[in-house]
Design a protein around this ligand. Structure first.
Ligand code: 3HC
Length: 282
């Protein structure tokens, strides 16, 4: 099966990044969100990111314009489903919402369409359980910031067919990324490791360590590209908290999000997206 049209559901940082890299690779893209404001923000983010690539001479201004013209923004979910050869869901981390949405996707997408989830940590088999096309459902876990991060986790669910995996691997190659195969348990590989690291960093803060010192330690002493507090601000504190909750549900107490992490989420200290986390982005 040849993919031509990629529909992305959810126009947050991840959804807009997925739409962008798909359009750069030449796919026609529909980016859907229920809110016009989210679509406006996505459009601005895509323009800014592509603008940086033009600045760095990674693409020309006319490539940029063509890329943007391949992305259609809409609030119409049925339309996004009907057009898709591959649909990628990138809405927030709520299992019930995703299960309900997947059952709608199943209704509205053409029978041969593949449906992927960009969930950070929720098991794909659980998200897919209300659909009748288990063979065509798969986890496609992009990393933030999507245009820059090379790796994408691919998570076959319990019923995913080999054909679906190979079509999706071809897509990953075409968008210039490398795939990592992960097994369908909460957190897969990347969130399982990074959420624990970020949760532990929050404990260190609660014990009196400064975020700047924790970050400096992991950059200078462990060679990480950015420290865990800065990373938490990048991915969003609520994403790490939901990841930990899902892992605690499936694997036990060790994974429980730290109380301070929950408190920070409740206070809206989510990081870059709210303008304030461990650092100030206003
Ligand atoms: N589009 C285009 N260009 C961008 C960009 C974007 N969205 N964001 C940044 N850039 C550019 C910058 O302008 C900068 O350009 P310059 O070299 O001309 O100044 C260049 O990319 C490098 O960026 P920075 O100077 O800001 O910073 P770094 O060199 O430190 O690189 C990074 C940034 C690639 C994000 C690096 O710090 C990194 O790899 N961090 C770790 C990120 C990570 O772990 N992501 C995964 C998180 S887990 C996840 O996403 C899963 C999810 O489910 C939660």
């Amino acid at each position: 099966m040849e993919l031509k049209m990629i529909s992305v559901i959810g126009a947050g940082a991840m959804g807009s990044g997925i739409a962008q890299v798909s359009a750069v690779a030449g796919y026609q893209v529909i980016l859907q969100d229920i809110s016009d404001a989210a679509l406006d923000r996505a459009k601005a983010a895509i323009n800014k990111s592509l603008g940086k690539m033009v600045e760095k001479k990674k693409m020309t201004e006319s490539d940029k314009d063509e890329t943007v013209s391949r992305i259609e923004l809409t609030t119409d979910m049925e339309k996004a489903c009907r057009s898709a050869d591959l649909l990628i869901e990138a809405v927030f981390e709520n299992l019930e919402l995703k299960r309900k949405m997947f059952s709608d996707f199943d209704k509205f997408c053409k029978p041969e369409a593949i449906i992927g989830s960009n969930t950070s940590a929720l098991p794909i088999t659980e998200i897919a359980s209300r659909t009748k096309r288990g063979d065509k459902i798969i986890g496609i876990h992009f990393m933030n910031p999507v245009p820059l991060m090379k790796g994408v986790e691919i998570i076959p669910a319990q019923l995913t067919s080999d054909d679906t995996v190979s079509v999706v691997l071809e897509y990953i190659k075409k968008i210039g990324k490398e795939h990592i195969m992960a097994v369908d348990y909460a957190g897969f590989i990347v969130s399982r490791l990074l959420d624990v690291l970020m949760n532990e960093a929050v404990k260190l803060v609660q014990e009196g360590n400064k975020p700047e010192e924790i970050d400096k330690a992991m950059v200078l002493c462990a060679g990480h590209p950015m420290g865990p507090c800065k990373l938490l601000d990048l991915v969003g504190a609520e994403i790490a908290m939901h990841g930990m909750e899902t892992m605690a549900r499936d694997f036990g107490e060790f994974y429980k999000p730290h109380a301070l992490l929950k408190k920070r989420v409740l206070a809206g200290l989510l990081g870059q997206k709210t303008g304030k986390g461990f650092y100030d982005y206003q």
